[in-house]
Design a protein around this ligand. Structure first.
Ligand SMILES: NC(=O)c1ccc[n+]([C@@H]2O[C@H](COP(=O)([O-])OP(=O)(O)OC[C@H]3O[C@@H](n4cnc5c(N)ncnc54)[C@H](OP(=O)(O)O)[C@@H]3O)[C@@H](O)[C@H]2O)c1
Length: 278
């Protein structure tokens, strides 16, 4: 009899840990893996992959930040008898065009779509939680978020919704095979408005400033990010600035049968938890 183990990659990360928690609560046997997890998985060390894939039925893939490895991983998954894959990609991945942004996610999509397994691709927009758990958090705590972003809004999505969608797709695979879900929040918000809402709810004087791509790249490097990460993030703002991925979608409602959480709900929750206190 085949095991029903679900492998969750990126299991210590923002989506992986939320997805793993939902699956466990649902009674699914979860193998949570990453470089620092008890089940060690490293995209740079294929020698360890077969052991991680043993007896796995379904895998949630958070791709590596470089293009390529997911092709080999998918081949190993096929050989190991895995039946289905759910990939985390990004909103509008097929519209990013000739930019270098998202080559990692686009390569991973190609690998998953080209596999003989059942697959589903999740394409979320920018996460709300970038403001309290990731890149934008430290500048907000310091009192000013300066970005190469102007009037084009972003339909930020809450990671609790991304994880709800991923958990459902992982546990009800027959409905979602071969589907690509564009996942956004219910309303697009400019970065200026996002910061205003955070400042209001937290009661802290936090401001937004528009700066150039060059200034932002230099600031990221000063904050300690590697140059290639800075380049990637700058390219993301170039793509967002075109306005081609600014619209909301009905992806969350299609999968979950309910509206996505609002940015305001996120801000109130995070401010209540003291996310931006100095
Ligand atoms: N941020 C956004 O707004 C946004 C929007 C759309 C799509 N995405 C995509 O979402 C993905 C990131 O997902 P996330 O936010 O859940 O992740 P995350 O919070 O950035 O965490 C990354 C996870 O990957 C693991 N990891 C890092 N390097 C690894 C390696 N070499 N081998 C194996 N595991 C490794 C980390 O754990 P260890 O350190 O323990 O290995 C961690 O569990 C990216 O592909 C990104 O492009 C992001």
């Amino acid at each position: 009899m085949r095991s029903e183990t679900t492998l969750v990659l990126g299991a210590t990360g923002k989506t992986g840990r939320r997805v793993a928690a939902r699956l466990r609560l649902h009674g699914v046997q979860v193998r949570a893996a990453s470089r620092s997890s008890r089940t060690r998985f490293d995209w740079a060390d294929p020698a360890g992959w077969d052991q991680v894939l043993k007896d796995v039925n379904t895998a949630y893939i958070v791709p590596p930040s470089v293009p390529g490895p997911v092709h080999d991983f998918v081949a190993r998954a096929e050989a190991a008898g895995v039946q289905r894959l759910v990939l985390l990609s990004g909103h509008g991945a097929d519209t990013w065009g000739d930019t270098t942004f998202g080559l990692d996610m686009r390569s991973a999509e190609e690998a998953v779509r080209g596999s003989s397994l059942e697959w589903t691709v999740l394409r979320p927009s920018n996460f709300n939680q970038n403001f309290d758990e990731d890149l934008f958090h430290a500048p907000l705590v310091a009192g000013e978020l300066a970005l190469p972003a102007g009037p084009v809004p972003e339909p930020f999505i809450d990671l609790e919704d991304v994880a709800d969608v991923a958990a459902l797709v992982l546990t009800e695979p027959e409905r979602h095979a071969g589907k690509t879900y564009e996942l956004t929040g219910p309303r697009a918000v400019t970065f200026g408005e996002a910061v205003e809402l955070i400042s209001k709810a937290s009661g802290l004087p936090i401001t937004f400033k528009e700066i150039s791509s060059t200034e932002y790249s230099a600031a990221l490097v000063r904050e300690g990010w590697e140059q290639h990460v800075a380049d990637h993030v700058v390219e993301m703002f170039v793509v967002m600035g075109r306005g081609t991925i600014a619209a909301t979608t009905d992806g969350v409602a299609t999968v979950l049968g309910r509206a996505p959480r609002t940015f305001e709900e996120f801000v109130v929750r995070a401010a209540g938890a003291g996310a931006w206190q100095r």
